[in-house]
Design a protein around this ligand. Sequence first.
Ligand code: 13P
Length: 241
Amino acid sequence: MYFVANWKMFGNLKSINTLDKVIKFSKSKEIKKGRLIYCPPYTLITSFFKKFKNCLIDIGAQNCHESNDYGSYTGFINSRMLKSIGANYVILGHSENRKKGETDKLINQKIKSAIKAKLKVIFCIGETLREKKRGKTKPILSKQIRLGLDKINKKSNIMIAYEPVWSIGTGNIPKPKELEQTVEFIKKKFRGKLPKILYGGSVNPQNISNLKNINNLDGFLIGGASQNSKKFIDIVKKTFN
Ligand code: 13P
């Protein structure tokens, strides 16, 4: 099971100290089959990398530019740069970036560049509340998968994170049955080797018991609760208990 911490635009150098608890936990037996990945803001990737050097916690970024080449793109960072400072993962297609104008086509280009740089991709998909209410969840997910993964043959380094937009930061989570059906629907889109599927959206220590037994779910992408080490550890512990 994967537990991915997406810190979004939070954290500073002082936050590094809060990771001691998680590092200790990651070396204990309690971690069981949990794999931890932290995706801090770009500014903290190097500090996190150093902090985790003696443990198995992995590092990722929250986005990257679509070009593999260096270039005159003020303010951007590409996947090669991320790989060179120790990131192994990158979150792409997050709804907070789609909202800012990232199209499926751009996300597709970013995924291709990340794979080329040997980063593993956490590819986010999800419907808005309006789309859900109109019964459009399945066509929306299909479209995001089809366009986002267009002309990508080798999908072994891609995980899908199903994050319903209406669930992010709201405290609302899908009903277990509904989530199970959606995960099943996503899996069916893939032939051969199935991708790992994560769920994201308001995951916390209180609701993890409703989410942990969903069939075919390989882990969680956790926003708010992941910034608090105790909550993050509790989510992992409760998943296995
Ligand atoms: P929250 O866990 O804060 O709802 O955020 C989910 C998310 O967007 C993770 O990528």
